[in-house]
Design a binder for this molecule. Structure first.
Ligand code: B16
Ligand code: MG
Length: 213
C-alpha cells in the first residue's frame, strides 16, 4: 500500500491569495510592486527565503533586524487574514481523498513549508486525518530540497518510492523528484508540468487511478 504526502498551501487550501496580499504589502513598504508571476515563484518557498527573493527583486539591502521585523509583520498580516478560515475553504476533493486514505489504511503525512501548518489544519478540522505532520518548523532546508518529504516518509515508516506527493509548486515537485517519490502536480499550472501526473483538481483523481499507482 502506498503512502500519501500532502503539501498544504495550494493543495489542501488556497492560502496563496493571503500570502500574496501580505507579501504585496511588505513589498510596498520597501518601494516594490510584487507581480502575480513573482508571487507564483514564491509558492512552496519558506517565509525567510521569500523575503530574501523580494528584497533581491527590489534591489533593497536591509539589516538582519529590519528583515526580522518585516517577517513578523508579514506573518501577523497573514494570520489576521486566515483568522476566520474554516472547513468551507478546503479545496474540492481533498476531504474525499483523506477519508479514502483513512478507510483503506493508507498512511498520510503533511509536507509543507509553512510554519503555520498545524494551526491551519486545526482551523480546517482535519488535523486528526494525518498520521504525521512535517512543516516549516521541523526542517532546515526549504523545498526544492527533499528534506520535508523524506522526513514524512520516515515518520510514516515508508520507503520514499512508496510515497505519492501532492504538490502545487515547482519547488515542491522538484523536492518530490529529488526524494525519489511519485509526484502529482495539482492546479493545472505551468509550474507543475514536470510532475509524474497532473490534475486540475482533486475531484478529477479517481479511486481507480490511485489503485493503479
Ligand atoms: P509560512 P506549502 C508554503 O506552504 C507556501 O506555499 C509559501 O507561499 C509560504 O511562504 C511558505 O509555506 C511558508 O509559510 O509563512 O506560513 O511559514 O505550499 O509548502 O504548504
Ligand atoms: Mg503549496
Amino acid at each position: 500500500m502506498k503512502a500519501f504526502i500532502f503539501d498544504l498551501d495550494g493543495v489542501i487550501v488556497d492560502t496563496a491569495k493571503y500570502h500574496y496580499l501580505a507579501w504585496k504589502r511588505i513589498g510596498e513598504k520597501v518601494g516594490f510592486s510584487l507581480t502575480h508571476d513573482q508571487n507564483e515563484s514564491l509558492k512552496g518557498v519558506s517565509r525567510k527565503e521569500s523575503l530574501e527573493r523580494i528584497l533581491d527583486w527590489a534591489n533593497v539591502r536591509l539589516s538582519e533586524e529590519e528583515k526580522e521585523a518585516l517577517l513578523i509583520e508579514k506573518n501577523e498580516d497573514y494570520l489576521q487574514q486566515i483568522e476566520g478560515m474554516g472547513q468551507e475553504e478546503i479545496l474540492p476533493g481533498v476531504l474525499d481523498l483523506l477519508h479514502f486514505a483513512q478507510k483503506n489504511n493508507i498512511p498520510v503525512s503533511l509536507g509543507s513549508a509553512s510554519k503555520n501548518a498545524t494551526r491551519i489544519l486545526k482551523k480546517l478540522a482535519i488535523d486528526h486525518l494525518f498520521n504525521a505532520i512535517v512543516d516549516g518548523n521541523n526542517v532546515t532546508a526549504s523545498k526544492p530540497n527533499p528534506e520535508v518529504f523524506l522526513k514524512g516518509a520516515e515518520l510514516l515508516k515508508q520507503e520514499p518510492n512508496n510515497c505519492i506527493v501532492f504538490e502545487d509548486a515547482a519547488a515542491g515537485i522538484q523536492a518530490a523528484k529529488a526524494a525519489g517519490m511519485i509526484s502529482i502536480g495539482m492546479g493545472g499550472t505551468e509550474e507543475v508540468k514536470a510532475a509524474d501526473h497532473c490534475f486540475t483538481s482533486m475531484t478529477a483523481i479517481t479511486k481507480e487511478f490511485i489503485t493503479t499507482l
